[in-house]
Ligand binder design. Structure first.
Ligand code: NAI
Length: 247
């Protein structure tokens, strides 16, 4: 009997994170739904359980290293191991550079950049300690490559996620741990509705090949593929899950 894999997914209460939780559970993995939105996280757990899958909710604020370490500890407590860490929680914090709301600037860096760093550190150390050849997947964005006006802080964080993934991949490879980034384009989730308020949504949709927003399930499927042993050649890479955004 082969051991079930355990996947910890932050931002699991909504959007891409929720769909990724559902996908991994459907494929037979044990899932930790992690989010600071307790209600949404419990809903994800219920969706998984009602379909016969295994999941537990853990409340976490990814901007606090000790909470992310506790999350990883709890995952091991529930299921005995951790094979996949998907550092996906994020906010669409934005604003034009010269009139930047500095609270929002710092919050965006805290969630999107530091939250991913803490996930890499906590999961990397735990996998190393347990001798697990796992994979850490981080949510970047096409906005880690392409600039658009009015999204200054967000671009900074997504560029950071790409380079943190490459840098960590180098250092974790001696332990057999892979680190990769996934870069969605314009995905139909609540976060993107914030872009609508700023009049950006229509132009973003038009940049997707096919002219429709990408479905969060499509990004979830890509994340699942990256978690497989067959993806072992993909390490330190940024994999686009963007339906050719602006290409
Ligand atoms: P979403 O808003 O549906 O989900 C984000 C989740 O992160 C929410 O459940 C929220 O509660 C959680 N979260 C936020 N701050 C947190 C914190 N401090 N601690 C714990 N959980 C926290 O948005 P979506 O679209 O599913 O976003 C997921 C990731 O995908 C984000 O990193 C986002 O930047 C990225 N992304 C999204 C794109 C899109 O078009 N929707 C495009 C490219 C990247």
């Amino acid at each position: 009997m082969s051991m079930k894999r355990v996947a910890v997914i932050t931002g699991g209460a909504s959007g891409i994170g929720r769909e990724t939780c559902i996908k991994f559970a459907k494929e037979g993995d044990q899932v930790i739904v992690a989010d600071f939105n307790e209600k949404g996280g419990q809903e994800t757990v219920e969706l998984i359980r009602s379909a016969g899958g295994e999941a537990e909710f853990v409340k976490v604020d990814v901007t606090k290293l000790e909470e992310v370490e506790a999350l990883v500890e709890k995952a091991v407590g529930f299921y005995g191991r951790i094979d996949i860490m998907f550092n996906n929680a994020g906010i669409g914090g934005a604003g034009p550079v010269l009139t930047q709301d500095m609270d929002l600037y710092h919050r965006t860096i805290n969630v999107n950049q530091h939250g991913v760093a803490y996930g890499i550190i906590a999961a990397g150390n735990k996998m190393k300690a347990l001798g697990i050849q796992g994979v850490i997947i981080n949510t970047a964005s096409v906005f880690g490559f392409l600039a658009s006006p009015g999204t200054f802080a967000y671009h900074a964080t997504k560029g950071a996620v790409i380079m943190m993934s490459k840098s960590a991949a180098l250092e974790l490879s001696p332990y057999g741990i892979r680190v990769v980034a996934v870069a969605p384009g314009a995905v139909d989730t609540p976060i993107i509705q914030g872009f609508k308020d700023r009049g950006m949504l229509d132009s973003m949709r038009a940049k997707v090949i096919g002219g429709e927003l990408t479905k969060p399930e499509m990004v979830a499927n890509t994340v699942y593929l990256l978690s497989l042993k067959d993806a072992e050649a993909i390490n330190g890479s940024v994999v686009m899950a963007d339906q050719g955004y602006a290409s």
